[in-house]
Write a protein that binds this ligand. Structure first.
Ligand SMILES: CC(C)(COP(=O)(O)OP(=O)(O)OC[C@H]1O[C@@H](n2cnc3c(N)ncnc32)[C@H](O)[C@@H]1OP(=O)(O)O)[C@@H](O)C(=O)NCCC(=O)NCCS
Length: 145
């Protein structure tokens, strides 16, 4: 299959992007106008890459992931990339698409000069990330409001 790997476009609203994210977590009601504004605001900020994999036959987004760049004072005012919202359509899992998403985001982070890439994941996904070159480090904490 000749998958297309590219950055998110506003028209991906019609290619099942939000439905795909819905396989990861609660998306809520996001109408086209709200989606387009959020997409435009993110583009303006310019400190992230939302990568998508598109099935050209169905013209549907089948995988996605985001890398967000955080500028820091430490490490000589270096930067860190946070990987978020990685999901592959349940019908297309096990086809190395998740790996392609992560490889794309790692490449982006390296080009941006990040000294590390970090993420949180469920125990059940740890092996997947290990296969993508990550290793376990420290403990995840959360405080919900
Ligand atoms: C986790 C997820 C992104 C993996 O995507 P995928 O496209 O199925 O994974 P890939 O085909 O690229 O797998 C790459 C390698 O990791 C392995 N792998 C993938 N998921 C795994 C898992 N849950 N447990 C163990 N190994 C796993 C594959 O067997 C493959 O191994 P190989 O290279 O030796 O053949 C996908 O299962 C998914 O979307 N899950 C639901 C959403 C989710 O949990 N996202 C992560 C949020 S942190």
């Amino acid at each position: 299959m000749d998958w297309h790997v590219r950055t998110l476009e506003a028209t991906d609203y019609d290619r099942g992007f939000l439905e795909l994210l819905g396989q990861l977590t609660v998306v809520g009601d996001v109408d086209r106008e709200t989606f387009e504004k959020q997409h435009m605001d993110m583009e303006k900020e310019g400190n992230r890459r939302v990568v998508v994999v598109v099935d050209p036959q169905r013209d549907q987004v089948v995988a996605t992931g985001t890398a967000l760049i955080e500028k820091k004072f430490i490490r000589g005012c270096g930067c860190v990339a946070h990987v978020e919202d990685v999901v592959v359509d349940h019908r297309e899992r096990g086809k190395q698409l998740g790996k392609r998403v992560i490889e794309d985001l790692l490449q982006y982070a390296q080009k941006k000069g990040c000294y590390k890439v970090i993420l949180d994941c469920a125990e059940t996904n740890a092996t997947f990330y290990e296969k993508c070159g990550f290793r376990r480090k420290e403990v995840q904490m959360v405080h919900y409001f």
